[in-house]
Design a protein around this ligand. Sequence first.
Ligand SMILES: C[S@@+](CC[C@H](N)C(=O)[O-])C[C@H]1O[C@@H](n2cnc3c(N)ncnc32)[C@H](O)[C@@H]1O
Length: 411
Amino acid sequence: MAKSQSLKLVQDKTAADCGYKRLVGELWTAQQRQMHSLHYSVSYRGSFKPELPDFCIKRYSEKGAVVLDPFSGRGTTALQANLLGRVAWARDVNPLAVLMTRAKTNPVGLDEIVLRLNEVDFARPVSLKGYAGRLSPFYHPDTYRELLNLRTHIIRKRDRINSFIELLALSRLHGHSPGFFSVYSFPQISIPPERQELINRKRRQSPDYRPVAPRVIKKAAQALRDGFSSDFFSVSSANDIDIGDARELPGIPSSSVDLVVTSPPFLDKVDYLTDNWLELWFSGIDMRAFGDQVIMCSALDEWRLFISDVLKGMLRVLKPRGYAVVEVGEVETNGGTTNLDEIVAEEASKLSSPDKRFVVEEVLVNQQQFTKLANCFKVDNNRKGTNTNRLVVLKCVPKKSRQRRSRNQAR
Ligand SMILES: C[S@@+](CC[C@H](N)C(=O)[O-])C[C@H]1O[C@@H](n2cnc3c(N)ncnc32)[C@H](O)[C@@H]1O
C-alpha cells in the first residue's frame, strides 16, 4: 500500500469521473538545488527535479527495493534510489544517458580525481583537424588541445575514475560563466556552431584560454560536497545500468522490479541528439548508431502506441504488488490541451498479461508556480511543453489463477 506522507492534496475538481483518484497539491518544494549535490553535477534535456523520484521512492517502496527507470536520462531516479538505500536499475537508448547514470551512481573521491588528472598529458600537441569552424567558435585552441587530450585519455580507459571525470567534464563543455571550458554560450543545450558565431559577434567575444583540469576539480568539489554513506555503496554495487529500449527492457527478468519511476519523452519537444552534440562529440558517441531508437513522436496517436508498448514492458518486469509511477505533462496540439496522464491511465487499464494487470491507484498532479522542467522546456504560452508534473501511479496486481477462480465459484 502507498505510504501516506503529510501532504495537502485535494481532489482535482476539473477531472472527469475517470474511476480513479486525481489529487492536486504541491508535492515537493519549488525551490531549486535542495537535494544531494551530485544531482546537479550535469544538466540534461528534459530531466526532472530529484524531488520527484525522492517523493515516489519514499511513498511506494521500502529500503532494499529494486527501482527501475527505463528512460534514465542523467540518472536522477537511479542516484536518488541509491541515496535512499534502494538498488537502481536503468535503461536508456542514448549511450550518453547511460554514461551519466553509471558515473553518477559510482562517485569517486576528490583525491582520486586530482591524482588521475595529474597523469593526463594536457600539453601533448594535437591535430586541429575538425576544429576550425565546428569547435573554434566555442573553444580557444589551447583549451581544445587540453580537452582533446583528456578525451583521448578517458576513451582509452573508461574505469570508475575516468568515467566520473568524464561526467564532470561533460558538465563544463558550454555555459555562461568562466567556470565552463567554452566562451559564453548556452548552458542547457549545445547550440550549433553558426549560432555560437552569432553570439560571439553580438557580444564581441572570442574564446579565451580556459585550463581544463582546475575547472574539473572545482566542479568535483561541488558535486561531492554532500558525501556518501557506506549504505550508498553497498546498494549501488547491485545496480544494473545499460543501454536498452524501454519497450523491450533487455536483460531485465520478468517480475523482478519493485518500483518504476520514470518520465518518457513526450511529443517531439526535445531533440536528445542535436541538443547534445557537443557532449556526444566529447564522449566519442556516434549519434547515427542509435538515433533511430530515440523516440520523438509528433502525433498523439503515435505516442499512445509508444506508451502502450512501454507499459507492456513495465507490466512484465514488475513484481506483483509493485508500482509504476509515470510522469507526464499536458501538451497543446491542434486539437486543444491533452493531459497525457489520461492516455497513460487508459492504455494501462487495457493491458493484461497471463498473470498480472495494472490498476490505476491514483494520479497526483504537482502544481507549482514555476518548475525547472517547465523553464527548461521554455514554457511561455503552454504550447511548447509542460507546466505541471502529472504522476500516474499504477499498481501491478496479480490475476486470480483459473484454479483459484473455479474453486471460489464451486463454493
Ligand atoms: C524525459 S528524458 C528522461 C530524463 C530523466 N528523467 C532525467 O531526470 O534525466 C527521456 C529519455 O528517454 C530516452 N529515450 C528516448 N527513446 C527511448 C526509448 N525508446 N527507450 C529508452 N529510452 C529512450 C532519451 O534518450 C531521454 O534520455
